[in-house]
Design a protein around this ligand. Structure first.
Ligand SMILES: [Zn+2]
Length: 254
């Protein structure tokens, strides 16, 4: 388990407060090459493990009548940087910050599904999560270790996940004091957990009746929005053997 300083000291990360916020107003704080730092943003960067390996957002900055495409958003230290294709806006200017919502919503559905699948995989197959939860905008995977790997168990995970989706369970974001965080961490997920340091409170995501995880990503309000989960076999097997003894489960949402 590692520690990490709090993200977003410089830029107000509005997506942490509301995953459904699609735009905001902001002032340009800094420009370096094509990288623009803002006072506020609705774009979630691709960060390190603290933010979960969730793909970065894309979007548009609006300066007067000019539209600037944001092709990438990254977390660098405590700063969120927006890469624009066009000439960056000057420092101090007021811009509109707009999210590519279709892309983000697909990511949110995958990311929320990942929380469900990780918990069910542990409950059904045993073992532990090996630090590798890779949520992309289409295929998402979970790496387990020391677990059972029968195909029938993978199908059971899929069935139970889709049942949880149909039950439309509520998803909540809440904060807990840093000193209490150890009580909330499932030791089987500890390797995939990064606990922020130098913060008083840690952000958690809970899925009703299933799990609570440290999470700095964007999630849905309820499970029904995920749609449907389908496991993807590789070479006709659901558990793919990876280097170092990892067993990989891959799935898509539709
Ligand atoms: Zn998460």
């Amino acid at each position: 388990m590692t520690t990490k300083t709090e993200i977003n000291d410089a830029t107000k990360a509005l997506y942490l407060e509301d995953s459904y916020l699609k735009d905001c107003k902001a002032t340009v704080l800094n420009v370096s090459g094509r990288r623009v730092e803002l006072t506020h943003t609705v774009l979630n960067p691709h960060g390190d493990a603290i933010a979960h390996p969730q793909p970065h957002d894309k979007g548009t900055l609006v300066l007067g009548r000019k539209l600037l495409s944001v092709s990438k958003t990254i977390l660098e230290g405590d700063r969120i940087l927006h890469y624009v294709k066009e000439k960056p806006p000057p420092v101090g200017s007021e811009v509109g910050c707009y999210l590519d919502w279709a892309r983000r919503y697909r990511i949110m559905r995958n990311h929320t599904a990942m929380h469900i699948m990780a918990q069910l995989a542990l409950d059904i197959c045993g073992g532990r999560i090996n630090g590798n939860l890779e949520c992309r905008d289409h295929i998402t995977h979970i790496d387990l270790r020391d677990c059972k790997t029968e195909d029938s168990l993978a199908k059971r995970i899929e069935r139970e996940a889709n049942k949880i989706i149909q039950e439309d369970r509520k998803i909540k974001i809440f904060y807990i004091p840093l000193k209490e965080v150890q009580e909330f961490i499932d030791p089987r997920k500890a390797e995939s957990c990064v606990i922020p340091s130098n913060v008083e409170k840690v952000r958690m995501v809970s899925i009703e009746g299933l799990c609570s995880d440290i999470c700095y990503g964007t999630v849905l309000r309820s499970t029904r929005e995920i749609g449907h989960i389908r496991m993807l076999p590789k070479h006709n097997k659901f558990f793919e053997e990876k280097a170092g003894g990892n067993k990989r489960l891959a799935f898509v949402v539709s």
